[in-house]
Design a protein around this ligand. Structure first.
Ligand code: SAH
Length: 257
C-alpha cells in the first residue's frame, strides 16, 4: 500500500540529500522516489548517503517537470519551510500522514512534494498541490535539511499506516519476569503491605500510634497512584522485613546480596 505514496524531490542540488531521502523512505517502508530535474544524479554521493537503500535509488524515476512527476496522483501535498507563504489548505505532518494513508486506502495515489535546498518550491509549484504541509519547527530557524524533512513526513505516514493496519508501534517483550513485573498487585496484597508498612513505621519510631496524623492515608494515596506490580510489591515487602530485622538487632544480612 505504501508504494502508492511517492516522494517527489524538485530540482535537488545535493545528491547526498537524494540518498538521505531514499534511506528515510526505505526505513519507513516507502519505495517510490521521483526526481524532477535533479542537478546531479545518479551520483556516488547519493549512493553513499542511501546506506543500502540502493534499490530505491535504482528505481527512482527521473522526469523533467513537476507535472510529469504527478501523473496518476489523486492527492498532492506540497511542503514549505515557511509557514503560510500563501493562504492555502494546510495539514500538519500528522494530518498529512493520516490523509495520505486514507487516500491510498480508497485506491488513490499520493505525492509528497519537496523543494529545492536553497529556494524551496515556487508559488506556481505550490499551487499544483491541494494541501500544504509545514513541519512546525522553530519560527526563527524553520528550514530543515531536505532529507530530514522527508524523514519527518514519511515517519508520520508510517505511524498512520501502522495505526490503520492495527499493527503495533512498539515492541513489547513478554517474558516470564516481564509478566510478573507488569502484573499488577491486587488490593488484598496492597492491604497486607499497608499493615506491614504501618507496623514497621511504628517499630522504627517514624509513626507514633498515639498521633498518627494522616500518614497512612497519605501513603495509601501515594502507592495508589503508582500502579505497583507484584514484583515491586515483593521488593517493598522485602525492604520492610529487613528493616524490622535491623531495628530488632537480628542479623539481617541477606544471603543473596
Ligand atoms: N530557503 C528555502 C528552504 C527550503 S528547505 C525556503 O525557505 O523555502 C528544502 C525543502 O525541505 C523545502 O522545500 C521543503 O520541501 C523541506 N522543508 C524544510 N523545512 C521544512 C519545514 N519546516 N516544513 C516542511 N518542509 C520543510
Amino acid at each position: 500500500m505504501l508504494q502508492n505514496i511517492r516522494v517527489v524531490l524538485v530540482n535537488t542540488s545535493h545528491p547526498g540529500n537524494i540518498g538521505g531521502a531514499a534511506r528515510a523512505m526505505k526505513n519507513m517502508g516507502l519505495t517510490k522516489l521521483v526526481l524532477v530535474d535533479p542537478m546531479d544524479f545518479p551520483s556516488p554521493e547519493a549512493r553513499a548517503r542511501a546506506s543500502g537503500a540502493d534499490d530505491i535509488l535504482d528505481g527512482a524515476q527521473v522526469v523533467a517537470t513537476l507535472e510529469e512527476a504527478l501523473v496518476g496522483c489523486s492527492l498532492v501535498v506540497g511542503t514549505s519551510a515557511r509557514d503560510r507563504r500563501i493562504p492555502w489548505p494546510l495539514l500538519d505532518p500528522r494530518e498529512c500522514g493520516r490523509t495520505s494513508v486514507e487516500q491510498v486506502q480508497v485506491g488513490g495515489e499520493v505525492a509528497l512534494v519537496f523543494g529545492r535546498e536553497y529556494a524551496g518550491l515556487t508559488n506556481e509549484e505550490l499551487q499544483r498541490c491541494q494541501y500544504h504541509v509545514h513541519i512546525p519547527s522553530n519560527p526563527e530557524f524553520s528550514s530543515l535539511n531536505l532529507a530530514a524533512a522527508v524523514q519527518v513526513l514519511v515517519y508520520e505516514v508510517r505511524m498512520a499506516w501502522l495505526e490503520q493496519e492495527g499493527l503495533p508501534s512498539k515492541v513489547e517483550k513478554v517474558e516470564a519476569t516481564a509478566m510478573l513485573n507488569t502484573q499488577p498487585a491486587t488490593v488484598d496484597e496492597l492491604e497486607r503491605y499497608y499493615e506491614h508498612l504501618e507496623s514497621t513505621l511504628v517499630e522504627i519510631g517514624f509513626l507514633d500510634p498515639e498521633k498518627p496524623r494522616h500518614l497512612m492515608s497519605r501513603l495509601r494515596r501515594l502507592y495508589g497512584r503508582s500502579n505497583i506490580s507484584k514484583l515491586e510489591m515483593n521488593i517493598l515487602r522485602g525492604i520492610l522485613t529487613e528493616t524490622q530485622k535491623a531495628v530488632r538487632g537480628e542479623t539481617g544480612k541477606r544471603s543473596d546480596t
